[in-house]
Design a protein around this ligand. Structure first.
Ligand SMILES: NC(=O)c1ccc[n+]([C@@H]2O[C@H](COP(=O)([O-])OP(=O)(O)OC[C@H]3O[C@@H](n4cnc5c(N)ncnc54)[C@H](O)[C@@H]3O)[C@@H](O)[C@H]2O)c1
Length: 353
């Protein structure tokens, strides 16, 4: 298969990681890098021997050699550029969050045509072993699904060597705070493992901004949350319970659990820990004893998660397959996210249309 010629637009923190992946991957050629900051573009382009170095998206779009574009920019800049990429007939891999609100995702769908569009929130589903877990769930081993339980509390790791980016915890620039920064990975991971087969109906949520004694943790203009809790009632009696926090007065903890009438799965979305990544199946037997089966136990390289979206994107372009996370999947996550923020703002349950 001929490698897909890709351009990376945005040579910041995550653009650099995408560039490393593109030069490693067999199915990608790094055709171009682009950043309005000339120094950033030059540095990354030279380091990874990109064929072209640009400072303007128009030059990327006018380059006939570029087949696909990775947009590695904050969400407020991405939406308009994404539509321009599609209108220029280039395939698109967009960073997460897919957008800041539902209408922006719909606009991408409306402009997609036959092009491949993939979303980077698939990152933590990049491992082949998770396809077996997805099939295990689809085979009905858990029984009737009851609860998807997510709790991701990030422990503050002390002094920082740089100021928080202005866009990171901001409704206007990022579409929200921790719920979009990490919650989009949680939702993608869990809903992807459920084959995107859930229909959210009603959301009840609360969000909290950074504690006043920690002003240095978020930009002074920040208006979004560093702690969010949501209950999402879905069709057929299933509920998603999700809590995400950083810079909060809570000890670090992570839980990803899918609970059914016959059994439940204990999962690990991220692999930032010593020792193997493990997935357990707890099953209730007719004698009411709970038995535990280890479905997976192996050391996993966190770096492989980063390689996942670009490699999957290039594969989808060449084979015509649907990417691991499509715009329709992104739309589902965005509807939930919009309902979470509306519920918190208006202090009521929000029905998803
Ligand atoms: N930082 C991370 O670890 C991380 C991880 C995963 C996903 N993301 C997501 O990726 C996105 C980007 O994050 P980041 O941390 O890399 O941001 P960043 O600020 O480090 O990088 C963005 C880059 O885009 C450039 N840029 C701005 N406008 C441009 C334009 N019109 N054309 C070309 N370049 C332009 C900037 O000069 C900057 O170099 C965010 O949505 C974030 O949520 C970030």
């Amino acid at each position: 298969m001929e490698p897909v010629r890709i351009a990376i637009v945005g040579c910041g923190v995550i653009g650099k990681i995408h560039a490393q992946c593109c030069v490693k991957a067999d199915n990608i050629t790094l055709q171009a890098v682009c950043d309005v900051n000339k120094q950033q573009a030059d540095k990354l382009g030279k380091e990874h021997a990109a064929n072209k170095i640009y400072n303007d998206l128009d030059d990327v779009l006018n380059d006939d050699q570029v087949e696909g574009v990775i947009l590695a920019l904050p969400a407020n800049l991405r939406a308009k550029l994404a539509v321009r990429v599609l209108k220029a007939g280039k395939h698109l891999l967009t960073e997460k969050p897919v957008a800041r609100y539902e209408a922006q995702v719909q606009q991408l769908i409306d402009n997609r045509g036959d092009l491949t569009v993939a979303v980077c929130s698939s990152r933590y589903r990049s491992f082949a072993f998770l396809e077996k877990i997805r099939d295990f769930i689809a085979a009905g081993n858990l029984g009737q699904l009851r609860v998807v339980h997510i709790r991701g509390i990030i422990q503050d790791s002390g002094p920082r060597d740089s100021d928080p980016p202005i866009w990171r915890v901001s409704h206007k620039l990022n579409g929200g705070g921790i719920f979009v920064n990490w919650g989009c990975y949680d939702l993608d991971y869990m809903l992807g493992l459920l084959s995107w087969n859930i229909k959210p109906k009603t959301v009840l949520a609360q969000t909290w901004q950074c504690a006043p004694q920690l002003p240095m943790r978020v930009h002074e203009t920040s208006d979004a949350e560093t702690h969010a809790l949501a209950l999402i009632q879905c069709d057929e009696g299933m509920v998603i319970q999700i809590e995400r926090a950083e810079f909060a007065a809570i000890k670090g903890e992570t839980t990803w659990q899918i609970i059914g009438s016959k059994g439940s799965l204990r999962l690990q979305m991220t692999h930032f820990h010593d020792g193997p990544t493990e997935i357990f199946f707890d099953k209730i037997n007719p004698d009411s004893k709970l038995t535990t089966q280890t479905l997976f136990s192996q050391n996993v390289d966190e770096g492989d998660a980063h390689d996942g979206p670009p490699v999957d994107f290039a594969n989808a372009i060449r084979t015509g397959s649907t990417p691991r996370t499509s715009l329709e999947n992104g739309l589902l996550m965005q509807k939930i996210t919009d309902a979470v923020y509306l519920s918190a703002k208006e202090q009521r349950a929000v029905v998803i249309g």
